[in-house]
Design a binder for this molecule. Sequence first.
Ligand code: ME8
Length: 583
Amino acid sequence: MRMNNMILAAFISSSSRSARGFLTSQSKRGVSPFTNAATRLLSSTVEPITSTSPGTRGTPSTSFDDGTSPFEITTPIYYVNDKPHIGHAYTSLACDVIARYMRLSGRDVYFLSGTDEHGQKVETTAKAKGMEPQDFCDEVSQSFRDLLKLLNISNDEFIRTTQSHHKEAVQHFWKQLVDKGAIYLGSYEGWYSVRDECYYNESELVDGKAPTGADVEWVKKEDSYFFKLSDYEDRLLEFYEAHPDFIAPESRLNEVVSFVKGGLKDLSISRTTFDWGVPVPDDKDHVMYVWIDALTNYMSALGYPSTDPGSNFDKYWPASLHVVGKDILRFHAVYWPAFLMAADLPLPKRLFAHGWWTKDGEKISKSLGNVIDPVELIDTYGVDPTRFFLMSEVAFGNDGDFSDEKMIYKVNANLSNELGNLNQRIMSLVFKNCNKAVPTDIGELTEDDAALLASAASLREETGKMIASQSIDKYVQHMIQMVWDANKYIDVQAPWVLKKTDTKRMNTVLYVLMEVMRHVAILYQPLMPSSSNKILDQLGVPENERGFEHLEKESCKIQKGKEVSKPQAVFPRFEVPERADSN
Ligand code: ME8
């Protein structure tokens, strides 16, 4: 037995070359529809990793993250003018997967989400409903909290911009900008889109509308405070040049650079024609532009303006990662860094702009009646299948299209057939043929056993690189490939045949598979927390041994002789809808 363990350890610690060799040769023989994509994936490099730290605490370091420092990750704060939709679910999920992955890697994470409650849009919607803005905000903000809970989002804090601490922080920030000479009083007239809460130049309008398709209104000349954005054109361009990984994906960086090169005009940052906003200090006629208020949430949640040593601000600022939708990149990549530069505060380390979902090929909009309600999605498919689909269906950063057909096909294939069925097969064989306990009489490992184990052992390093560069879909594809390889292995080894011919070999195969499943389930926790934990329960992995540091610990391997109970199915299977064109 000691000898076996030594062989096992030697193979596991061997280079991932053997793992790749195994996967490639298996893939060539295979029939999985995912094989080609996954093989390409294995040979691709994920930029911009600068080094890796397998086996230690932390994540691979990049040009924008050292892999060990405290990590603030943020969703945008959501407007409360409407109920939560798939876009909100998507951004929150992406952050959750990254936050959970970081925590399981031993990182100190502060994951922030919340609601954006001021501005003309919210005031108008509340009035239309005959409600006081604050009552309306309380109600809708709660529905966002409820959604996060339903999606099993692990945020550490939920900020609301109507909280008094936040308002005080924004006023402090404003005063800082005034003290630095970055704000002046002038007058504004021009185009404004209430839906986008954004000012547009005449030249940006398309057929009399905002470039986003939103209606615009003409703001008649009124007094307004301005932020001297035009002073920051060169500094911003220098910053992007010196930090090419500040904005991702790269195509988005190019958009931002050309926007700034096109010239920046000073930004109107206060209004006098409505009240629902943070009052401008020392001028009761003005409320602040909602974006200066909203962006400050990323610091106020950390206790800003308190910057004392040991405070959350001291620990987590600058934020490590702001995840935003592509529509709000300008605010985060241009206005926010300029405000921070003006206030002499450090800039966030990285912005990632994700794409937008359409439904059955069409833009999602209330007027088309095709809004996807995330609550309904979870009711229909369950939380983990929903998480799995949204995070794996499209490359993170690209637009995606939702259809029930795609959802059902994917979760049936990857979860029910491949992962769930594999788990069920392994655990049923152990339960039925090994006296309801993890086998103890295990033989020498073959080359195939060792290759599969080595492949599982390299998963952490491989997926770590993908998460470090926010390639969430690639992380999932890598996991799918691992499960597929384990399925191929069980089919080739056929332990159900070995049970009649060679029980020791059957035991060995089942033990190898349980150990591979331990890796898979531990590394799937960020994506599918409850299903992974169900699998880990079935494998008998103690709750305090499910962190990534336990993956390669000899003492945390599947415990021989431990009792197993009758396995339960982990993933449901869904009825495939009949295609409209099939009759
Ligand atoms: O913009 N697909 O809030 P918000 C994917 N309050 N993502 C989508 C989407 C879709 N179809 N529709 C919207 C705000 N989103 C501000 C943020 S942060 C300081 C202030 C995404 O509720 C959108 O891209 O309008 C954005 O990232 C998020 O939903 C919140 O949008």
